[in-house]
Design a protein around this ligand. Structure first.
Ligand code: 13P
Length: 233
């Protein structure tokens, strides 16, 4: 893939979020791990630009390495190349690629059901539990919810990194959801799956207290997934 093709697939992925029902308006952001001239980095959508108006030239490249003495409160990265400001969540994307070698792409969106759940104290405390076997697609026996922090901050990035330990997706309290993938397609698919699970859990909660699969049942699902879905996505 050329860099322009990578940029085009980022724009395409960002535009697909709304018709897929996982985002609205200018919310969210999408990135792809991208080395440039031998340097580790990432391509990310620009900040606060409507996706219909976003073109490949608006995509921003950032170096993965945090520059020495970087201000942890800095609003913008010191090593960015682009005509636009990168997504305000550049630090979340950069820090995840720096610590998660399995992540090649990241989708962050504000899906309605996942975000509604992420406003509830019970979800803050225990995430979305194993009420359905497909919870396993996120990598574990639950989908955790990262504590609230202001968007675009190092605190939010730190919370998300912890919530994603051993997982490929998490909720962000009072904010949205994040999904990691081995490709943009996989990250987008997982983000849609998380929203579907959140919707199912929300529906089940209307009817009573959903039953949960125990650790043994989930261990069987993980083992079966290793054969049935060997590509973690
Ligand atoms: P950006 O437009 O800066 O990417 O911000 C959108 C968002 O969802 C922040 O969390």
């Amino acid at each position: 893939m050329t860099e322009n093709e990578a940029r085009a697939s980022l724009v395409d992925t960002a535009r697909r979020m709304t018709p897929l029902g996982i985002n609205t308006g200018r919310a969210g952001n999408v990135s792809l791990r991208w080395h440039r001239g031998g340097e580790d980095g990432l391509l990310v959508t620009p900040s606060a630009l409507a996706y219909e108006r976003t073109t490949i030239d608006d995509i921003v490249w950032l170096a993965l390495a945090a520059p020495q003495g970087e201000d942890p409160l800095a609003d913008s990265p010191r090593r960015a190349h682009g005509t636009r400001a990168p997504s305000s969540e550049w630090r979340l994307h950069r820090d995840l690629y720096a610590t998660r070698s399995d992540a090649q792409a990241i989708v962050h969106a504000h899906p309605a059901h996942a975000t509604a759940l992420a406003c509830l104290p019970r979800i803050h405390a225990e995430g979305i539990p194993a009420f359905h076997y497909m919870i396993a697609v996120a990598g574990g026996d639950d989908i955790r919810c990262a504590p609230y922090a202001t968007f675009g901050t190092k605190a939010l990035s730190d919370h998300a990194r912890r919530a994603l330990e051993g997982r490929r997706a998490c909720l962000l309290a009072q904010h949205g959801a994040v999904a990691l993938g081995t490709s943009l397609e996989a990250a987008l698919e997982l983000a849609v799956e998380v929203e579907t699970l959140a919707r199912m859990y929300w529906l089940a909660l209307q009817l009573g207290e959903p039953a949960r699969l125990d650790a043994a049942a989930m261990a069987e699902v993980h083992a079966r997934f290793a054969r049935y879905r060997p590509d973690p996505g």
